[in-house]
Each structure stands twice: as C-alpha cells, then as structure tokens.
Design a protein around this ligand. Structure first.
Ligand code: ADP
Ligand code: SF4
Length: 687
C-alpha cells in the first residue's frame, strides 16, 4: 500500500496545454538505439510509461543533416520519412496514459557530420569537439533563418508523430542554441553576439516559433544549462545562468534544468551523491512560475518528496533511475520500496551509447532487451517443468540467476563457498568510491528473502563430486574468477618471464586486506576502474604509489562511462604518480622495469611491491571436471550443466547479471544456431 508521505509525488502537474498524471518525469536520455533501432527504442520507452513515469521522453532527436552526430544512434526527424519510427514510441507511451516528449536538437560544432558530410555550423568558426580534423563555419543570417525553419518543421513533424512535449534543447554545451548562449563559443559581433540578450536571441526565437507552430496542443519545454561549471567564463548559476532564467522566466512551458556537460549531469556515483545538483538548480523555481524538473540520480522517495516540498523541483527528473528500474514510480505507489532496483551510478548505460550499441544496465538486465528478446523488467514466464536447479556461486551472476529462476517458480538451491552472498559485489563496494555498487547485491538479497522456493547455503564450497551427488536436475556454475598474477592481459599475451612473484599482489589480495608495503607500482593493463581504485586505496593507506599503464591515460575505458577525467584528476590530486605509455617489462629486487609502449626503451623505477591489475582467470575447475565426467553426469540424472558469468568468461558486473538472467529465461530452450534476438534490418532501396 502507498505510504501517504509520498502522495505529493502522485499529484498531477500542468505543463502548458498538457497535464502529467504525476511528478515522475523521465528526462531525455540516449540509449544507443535511436533511429537505427526504433522498435527497440519504442518498446523501452513504452515500458517506462507502464512503470508509471508520467512523462517519457526520447533521446535527442536530430532535426537536420547539418548536425549529424553519427555514429551515435539518436532519434531523427530529418524529413517526413522519420515520422513513423517516432510515432511508434509516442504510441507506446500513450498506451499507459503518459505524455510523450521529444528532445529536438541541433548540435552545431559538436556534430562532425560524418555521414551527411555537411560542413558543421556554429555561432563562430570552431574546431569540432572530437579530434576529427573538421571545423565549423560561422552561421550567417541566412543560416540562422534556416535553422529556425528546420526547427519549426521538425516540431510540426513531432506533433504529427503524436508527441505532447516538444523540446528546445540548449544544454550540455553541445547544442547550437547553447553555443550561441555561451560567450566561450559565441564571438559574434552582430545582434546574435555580444550581450547576453543578443546571445539568447536564437533561443528566444526558437521557443517562440516552436510555441507558435505546435503550442496549441503541445507543451514546449526548454532543456537549459544554468551553470557550465567554468565560472564567469561561461553561464553560471550566480551570473549569466541566473540572468538568462530571469530574462526568459515564463516563456517556456517547463524548465528542464541541467548543470555542466553530460558527464556532470550523469555524475557517476564515484563522484557525486543523490541530488548533487541542488545547489546550482534550486534558484530556478524562485524565478519562474513554470514547472521545473531536474535530475540527481534520485532513487529514494524521501529525497524526492523533500525536493518537491522544499521548492527545489516540481517534477522528479530521472534518466538512470528509470533505466535501472522502469517501474520505480509504480513501486513507490504500491508501497513496494524494497523491490526498487536502485541505480548504482556506474554509467554502463552511458557506455553503451558511447560505444554505439543498444543500452544495457548493470542493475536491470532487461534494459534494451524489451523488444529484441521480449524481456519485461517485472514479468517472467512461469516454470515449464519441475526441474530442481543447483546454482554454485552467489556473485552477481548466481544471485540474479537464483532470483529469476525463483520468480519463475523453480525450486532452487544457491550454494556459496564463503560466509556471505554477493561475490565481487560484496568485496568491491568496500573500495574507495564504490559503496553504491553494493546495491547490486542488496537488491538481489532482498528479492531472495521473498522467495521461499530458493534455499541458500553459505559456507558451502562445492566440488565436482558434491555436485554429482547433490540430486539436482540442472547445475549452474557461477563460480566467478580471480585476478591473474603473471602479467598476461593486452600488453603481454604470455606470462612475463622476468617476474619475482614474491612481491606481486592482485586486487583480490587488496580486497582481502593483504596489503603491500614500501614503494608500490600498480600495473594497469585492464583499463577499466580497478587500477585507479586500487591505486587510490593504497594511497589512502599512506603508501607511495605509481600507476603504470601501457595506455596514454589511466582507466582508459572509463571514457565511455564518463568517469575518466575525474579519475585522472583524483589520482593526481591524491599524489599518485602516473607513468603512462609504459608496459611492464619485469619486476625483481625492489625495482620494476618499464618499457616505452612505442619505442621499447627501458627504464627502471623503485618498487618494493607490484599490484597486477591485468586480466582474470575463470574459476572453471568444477565445470571442466563435469565436462570430463559426462557418463557420471548422466548417471546422476543431471539434464544439463552450464557455466555463467565470470566463470564462463570474466567481464563486467553488468555482463554477469545479464548472463545469470539469460540463463533463467532461456535454459529450457534447445541450443540453436539462430540469432538469439530480433534484429532491425534496413530496407533495401531501388538501384
Ligand atoms: P560473477 O561475477 O560471475 O557472479 P563472482 O566472482 O562475483 O562471479 O562470484 C562468484 C562466487 O562464487 C563467489 O562468491 C565465490 O565465493 C563463489 N564460488 C566459487 N567457487 C565456488 C564453489 N566451488 N562452490 C561454491 N561457491 C563458489
Ligand atoms: Fe544506473 Fe549503472 Fe544501470 Fe546506468 S547502468 S542505470 S548507472 S545501474
């Protein structure tokens, strides 16, 4: 039952000519599907509406080929042929009485125009934001008139597609109206440059013209950046950001307020708590009479209520919390707070967009799979047999598998070698900045406690003999992995010969409380978060730490999770030495031998201990033993045995959760060579 403290979250909100049925607002967010996978995108948005979000928006929607941000897969309304794909999303959202929003956008000199090959446009001539050898040209008056025309045309198409909210997008430093606003980017001397009033002219025109075109039935929200986080050199909430809101106070139908660029807006949990933007955003509602929405990785209904009651926000904006749990509003409404799958702030979802692939989520394995695998976040088919299933290992893969099989109604036993559940999601949250990642374990622990048909056995390391004697129909091995000590990863594909392993540690040692002493080299050839986190942990213990990596930057893959610059900054500020572009050539006698990744030239640095953050080895001994003892497996009546998660192949926590979930959904299916999901295939045109 709903707790009356949360009633305020379920009040309707008027947004221009439309009414949202509650205060839950899924702000625009990318998803790696966009115009390339519109069925998938629409099904994902539809599930959000079903889950209770009163407003569900698309990702940014390119309005014209002069701002083509491919290979990112965003929505498109370049011409009428794009309408049906977006209409599908609007239709799905309307099915559950939610409002459909579309974020029209033109990306100025952020767009490299890799597909359209148009020359990028911008307020002034700038190099594009990426390293593409491309520069924009400064828009002349004709270009500005064209942009306004394209925006109105796209707005009309959006209305035709059925959208209720049609955005003007001036945020994240990367859209043309935002580039006009910021004096960093706008060096014009005409009536579109100079004073703030002039720099805001384009934005004002776009708002007014969009309202004229579609405002009779559609709301026109503005997504705005009130603080670029560069001080007075840009918009800031105690300077021009505030002046701008005062200037346009009641012109849009809603203010969707952002701070900084995307990496700040979607601040990883390592670098920001829930509600991190409040100090920058809270002034807006004091100025405008229009509804205000903003994000802050809100997962706690108490925080949401507090934001509304204290007059910070009218609507609770969310991208990531709605990805991790599309049913978050419904769960609050039904008083099922323990069932909320809270976002952990890892930004694996953002990494999908940044690697041009359909969205995925660490907490929600069904995200991005709604259409192509027909996976629903809250519904799973009931069991098809009386099979009893033994899962060995209770890391994220084993726990997710147990929860999902348990929800299907199977009798499940979950055997874990140690005295606690969680595997890596019990250990890693103890490392600096990763505490929120413990939610992966906590959510599943809560679900397991509700499932009477899942028995948990702690302190129960299973050998192959024990598995064979356990009298189960199906065996799932989710036994995880451990970090290698021999240096094998990307730089070395065979073990390092010149290695005195008496001083070698791994992240598993550090997580178990076995710490090195003296001067330490952390050798990172993994390139995700672990190397940086281990370096931080050891530095926090007061040790002298040098992070050595063959890459040019630390934790290189975290560029995709929007974390990298903050990680490198933090390491430098903590006094960790960084030796980039260096492979590890050897280690012994208090020294590490490094080799330049380009020339091979060797240097030596002092190192009493070495922490190898390289690759991991699967714990596959039981699986291999069963493979070799097939006759005994058959005699024991075991119908199948499978390896999932890191024990099959080490990967991300998201991959382990997905693997566990997939087993639970698919294990009765016959193995087949067919592609295991629906594909969206482009139509061939005539010759
Ligand atoms: P994953 O990410 O694939 O879930 P983890 O390494 O996080 O993998 O978790 C694997 C879990 O399996 C650990 O908690 C580990 O203690 C447990 N485990 C490993 N081998 C056995 C075994 N033979 N019997 C029972 N539990 C095991
Ligand atoms: Fe949150 Fe991580 Fe899921 Fe993104 S991938 S929604 S950050 S849990």
């Amino acid at each position: 039952m709903k707790d009356s403290r949360y009633d305020i979250l379920f009040e309707p909100v008027q947004i221009g000519p439309v009414t949202a049925r509650n205060r839950f607002y899924q702000v625009p967010h990318c998803n790696g599907m966009g115009h390339r996978a519109p069925s998938g995108m629409a099904a994902m948005r539809r599930v959000k509406a079903e889950g209770g979000w009163a407003v569900v928006c698309t990702e940014v929607c390119e309005i014209h080929p002069s701002a083509d941000i491919s290979p990112h897969n965003e929505a498109r309304l370049w011409d009428d042929r794009d309408i049906p794909a977006l209409a599908r999303a609007a239709e799905g959202i309307h099915e559950f009485d939610s409002l459909a929003g579309v974020e029209l956008g033109h990306h100025g000199f952020r767009a490299q125009n890799r597909i359209s090959r148009e020359v990028p446009l911008g307020p002034s001539s700038h190099t594009v934001v990426s390293y593409d050898p491309v520069q924009s040209r400064a828009m002349d008056k004709e270009d500005i008139r064209n942009l306004r025309r394209w925006h109105v045309a796209a707005a009309r198409r959006a209305k035709q597609a059925g959208f209720d909210l049609i955005y003007v997008y001036a945020a994240h430093g990367l859209t043309t109206p935002m580039q006009f606003l910021s004096r960093r980017y706008n060096q014009r001397t005409d009536e579109y440059g100079g004073s703030l009033e002039n720099r805001a002219r384009l934005l004002r025109e776009l708002i007014e013209e969009t309202k004229d075109a579609v405002g009779d039935t559609c709301a026109v929200p503005v997504r705005i950046c009130v603080d670029e986080l560069v001080g007075p050199a840009g918009l800031c909430s105690d300077g021009e950001g505030r002046d701008l809101i005062e200037m346009l106070a009641d012109l849009p139908d809603l203010w969707d307020v952002t701070v900084g660029d995307w990496s700040n807006d979607s601040r990883p949990s390592r670098f920001g708590e829930e509600g991190v933007h409040e100090e920058y955003v809270s002034f807006v509602k004091k100025i405008t009479g229009k509804p205000v929405v903003s994000v802050g990785r809100f997962t706690s209904p108490d925080t949401m209520v507090s934001q509304v009651r204290r007059g910070v926000l009218d609507m609770v904006g969310a991208a990531r919390p709605s990805i991790a749990d599309p049913f978050l509003p419904r769960k609050i409404e039904e008083g099922r707070l323990d069932d909320i799958r809270e976002c952990i702030g890892c930004n694996i979802c953002a990494a999908a967009d940044n690697t041009y692939t359909p969205i995925r989520c660490t907490q929600n394995p069904t995200m991005g799979e709604e259409w192509r695998r027909k996976w629903h976040p809250e519904i799973i088919t009931k069991k098809e047999s009386e099979d009893r299933i033994l899962i060995v290992g209770a890391g994220p893969a084993g726990m997710e598998c147990a929860v999902s099989l348990g929800k299907r109604g199977y009798d499940v036993a979950l055997a874990e070698a140690t005295t606690e559940l969680g595997g890596r999601t019990a250990r890693e949250p103890l490392l600096p900045g990763l505490s929120a990642w413990g939610r992966v374990r906590d959510y599943r622990l809560g679900q397991l406690h509700q499932l009477a048909n899942v028995d948990i056995y702690l302190d129960s390391e299973m050998s192959a003999d024990e598995v064979l004697g356990a009298e189960f129909d199906r065996i799932v091995l989710a036994t995880g992995s451990s970090w290698r000590r021999d240096g094998v990863a990307r730089y070395h594909r065979i073990p390092i010969a010149d290695l005195d392993d008496s001083g070698v540690f791994t992240p598993d040692d550090i997580m178990a409380g076995r710490f090195p002493t003296g001067s330490i080299v952390v050798y990172d050839d993994d390139h995700y978060y672990m190397g940086g986190v281990i370096a931080e942990k050891l530095r926090d213990l007061g040790l002298n730490v040098t992070l050595v990596t063959p890459a040019a930057i630390v934790s290189g893959w975290t560029v995709n999770t929007l974390e990298q610059p903050r990680i490198q900054k933090r390491l430098l500020e903590k006094g960790i030495n960084i030796a980039a572009n260096q492979g590890l050539a050897g280690f012994s006698g208090g020294a590490a031998k490094l080799a330049c990744a380009f020339t091979g030239r060797e240097t030596t640095i002092e190192a009493h201990s070495l922490v190898m953050v390289t690759a991991r080895m699967s714990h596959d001994a039981v699986f291999r033993a069963l493979t070799e003892r097939q006759d005994e497996v058959r005699e024991a009546g075991i119908k199948s045995f499978s390896s999932i998660g890191d024990s099959l192949a080490p990967g991300t926590i998201a991959a382990a959760v997905f693997s566990g979930h997939r087993y639970a959904r698919e294990f009765e299916m016959d193995a087949s060579d067919e592609v295991p999901f629906l594909r969206e295939i482009s139509e061939l045109g005539p010759w």
